[in-house]
Design a protein around this ligand. Structure first.
Ligand SMILES: [Zn+2]
Ligand SMILES: [Zn+2]
Ligand SMILES: [Zn+2]
Length: 349
């Protein structure tokens, strides 16, 4: 993710801010320009704003979900009851009469906003892109099974509880579990439909990931009963990826999004380490590119590998778990490259 500054006073601000702590300006995220903007109120009731320094710009308002403090995105639709492009994707939100639901929803929205930001940077459609598929849709529901079905991503609200998430992580023996990881993974199932299935890429997909027509529920049962094959780490980005070709794709997709966003962030904050004595990272200092749009997959990996190593080393020096607790085998490298190719070659229908 790029770094953002308050457009009124130039202080660096977070993507999640709705106010600048230095100059006090209202701040919102403008999904059109993918930038944070400082705002000044232009309506008596305070609902409409104009971008500071841009007197001729259209008036904007905060997403209707800002009233719950779960969203800082803006909309230029002249109706304050309208939600933003990211909240428009919600079909089910947590039941706010239940204790803890508002805090859980806020956590879910924070993760979802980062996912949607990445999808917009990739220029991937949120609405099916004319493929005939419906829009990417989210159900945040308590005690539902986290998963994807026909374009609908369901996330169990309990995943927003850090204690519960850690418990699940240990039960499933995972090195990493996060809301953003879940959302990236589940969005992978949606974009498989658009980019692979409807994009006419099934043969190429099967050559790398195997045949997804293998009985899905039987494959998951097998995975949960017997675990991953002993040699999974030579073929997959994670143990769960070995369960079924769809899960392999979704895991690989999630890792690709992790890498692109981490490299983009590292470049934005001017923190791009070289890996001394390694082939990867030997082209340091790297030329500045848009990791979401430019460069080959090899370019991305040349930047990602030294960054991942440096971040793991930093995490260990603080006594934390590894920043990226995975090792990518050669077979998974090819699958990541396939994801890269699918994203880059996507054309709306
Ligand atoms: Zn400011
Ligand atoms: Zn919103
Ligand atoms: Zn999945």
């Amino acid at each position: 993710m790029r770094t953002f500054t308050c457009s009124a006073c130039n202080t660096t601000v977070y993507f999640e801010n709705s106010i600048c702590l230095t100059c006090g300006s209202a701040l919102g995220f403008d999904p059109g320009s993918l930038n944070m903007v400082a705002l000044q109120s232009v309506s008596p009731d305070g609902g409409l704003y104009r971008k500071i320094g841009r007197p001729n710009s259209d008036a904007v308002h905060y997403c209707a979900n800002a009233q719950y403090s779960v969203c800082n995105w803006l909309s230029s639709v002249q109706d304050p009851s309208v939600t933003c492009v990211a909240c428009d994707l919600n079909r089910t939100i947590p039941n706010l009469s239940e204790q803890g639901s508002l805090a859980a929803w806020a956590e879910l929205e924070r993760a979802k906003k980062r996912l949607v930001y990445s999808l917009l940077r990739f220029h991937l459609p949120l609405d099916g892109g004319g493929s005939g598929a419906g829009p990417l849709t989210f159900d945040f529901a308590r005690d539902a099974m986290t998963g994807h079905l026909d374009g609908v991503v369901t996330v169990n609200v309990r995943e927003a509880d850090a204690v519960e998430r850690e418990r699940q992580r240990q039960i499933f023996d995972e090195p990493y579990r996060s809301l953003l990881g879940h959302l990236r993974h589940e969005s992978g199932h949606y974009y498989w439909m658009l980019l692979v299935e409807r994009g006419g890429q099934l043969a190429a997909f099967r050559a790398l990931f195997n045949d997804e027509r293998d009985d899905y529920s039987a494959a998951l049962d097998r995975h949960y009963q017997y675990g991953a094959p002993f040699d999974w780490s030579a073929r997959y980005v994670s143990a769960y990826a070995s369960a079924h070709p769809w899960e392999d794709w979704a895991e690989t997709w999630a890792h690709y999004l992790h890498m692109v966003d981490a490299v983009d962030t590292a470049e934005a904050i001017g923190m791009e380490p070289r890996a001394v004595g390694m082939v990867s990272g030997s082209t340091w200092p790297f030329s500045l590119t848009d990791a979401y749009r430019d460069g080959s997959f090899a370019d991305l990996m040349a930047r990602w590998i030294p960054l991942g190593l440096a971040m793991n080393t930093l995490s260990r020096s603080m006594g934390h778990n590894d920043f990226y607790p995975f090792v990518i085998p050669a077979a998974a490298y090819e699958k990541l490259e396939f994801v890269h190719r699918m994203v880059r070659s996507y054309k709306p229908q």
